[in-house]
Design a protein around this ligand. Structure first.
Ligand SMILES: Cc1cc2nc3c(=O)[nH]c(=O)nc-3n(C[C@H](O)[C@H](O)[C@H](O)COP(=O)(O)OP(=O)(O)OC[C@H]3O[C@@H](n4cnc5c(N)ncnc54)[C@H](O)[C@@H]3O)c2cc1C
Length: 262
């Protein structure tokens, strides 16, 4: 078996004990989105944000405490180093698996059972699993504007906290980052075409959630960005950040603003 992608793809590799071989091909950091740019780092940032929020709300419990300062680079570097460790460990385990060969490069099909890696190495397999994931999809209004923007792939690794962030999209990734950055003192504007945040969840949950966060973030419902420009100050400042949606193919087929890799 050959598996393209080391995210969920790494989990489907069989534990052959009868001499059969498997291959996994990865063009980026081992472990895919969840480990490097998704679930794990985002939850580590969310936990950090929760700590800041606990301190900010401590007086409600009769405890005097305050967030005196936020050391963004220390927060980021701690998380980044843990993520790298997790990715490196996963990679090492695959390198040491007797029945699995890890190819680091870009795989493309050369036939129904044949892959070419980096236009160089050719491998054949009875079964080929495509677990190539997706990538953030950025609205044209942003890409055409020429401004600097971030997506969920890059926002966690920025150099310094901006004063304000505009988030395009109101799903769970947007909500997580709104929580993270607002807890660290950044002003948040969140823009969604839907009439609630977390629109794809249970209607009652998304309604209650939207009402609850309205006093923390500037929430713009039933809205979309119609033009984007870089200017000093104001909403459309150089710190404007567009968070693209990310999803697998199945979400994309529903007509969302999403780009699968295949
Ligand atoms: C900020 C954020 C938070 C998230 N939080 C959660 C969460 O809490 N819970 C949850 O369940 N999900 C969460 N997700 C979603 C989750 O991360 C993804 O659904 C999941 O990682 C997708 O796995 P995958 O294997 O399909 O793709 P990926 O993990 O993206 O793996 C695909 C891999 O294939 C590689 N690749 C692509 N094309 C090629 C090629 N041609 N040759 C070689 N390699 C290739 C890519 O480099 C990539 O490493 C989150 C996502 C984001 C962005």
């Amino acid at each position: 078996m050959a598996v393209i992608g080391s995210g969920s793809g790494n989990v489907v590799i069989p534990e052959y004990r009868d001499g059969r071989k498997a291959a996994v091909i990865e063009l980026g950091s081992f472990g895919g989105t969840c480990v490097n740019r998704g679930c794990i780092p985002s939850k580590m940032f969310v936990y950090t944000a929760d700590v800041a929020m606990q301190v900010r709300r401590a007086s409600q419990f009769g405890i005097g405490a305050a967030v005196d300062s936020v050391h963004w680079s220390a927060i980021r570097d701690r998380i980044m180093s843990r993520i790298k460790e997790t990715s490196d460990t996963g990679r090492q385990e695959r390198v040491e698996s007797a029945h699995v060969t890890l190819f680091e490069g870009h795989a493309r099909f050369a036939g129904p059972h044949e892959l070419v890696i980096n236009d160089d190495v050719r491998i054949e397999a009875d079964q080929i699993v495509i677990a190539a994931g997706g990538r953030p999809s950025v609205p044209e209004v942003v890409t055409n504007s020429g401004i600097d923007f971030h997506t969920s792939d890059t926002i966690m690794w920025i150099d310094a906290l901006p004063a304000s962030i505009v988030i395009l999209g109101g799903g769970y990734v947007a909500a997580e980052f709104a929580h993270v950055f607002s807890s660290l003192g950044v002003e948040i504007h969140i823009v969604t075409v839907d009439s609630t945040l977390l629109e794809s969840l249970d209607a009652e949950i998304s309604k209650r959630f939207t009402a609850k966060v309205a006093n923390r973030w500037n929430v713009h419902l039933d809205s979309s960005a119609t033009s984007v420009a870089a200017s000093r100050g104001g909403l459309s400042s150089t710190s404007m950040t567009a968070l693209g949606y990310r999803a697998k193919c199945s979400w994309w087929q529903r007509g969302g603003n999403l780009t699968p890799r295949i």
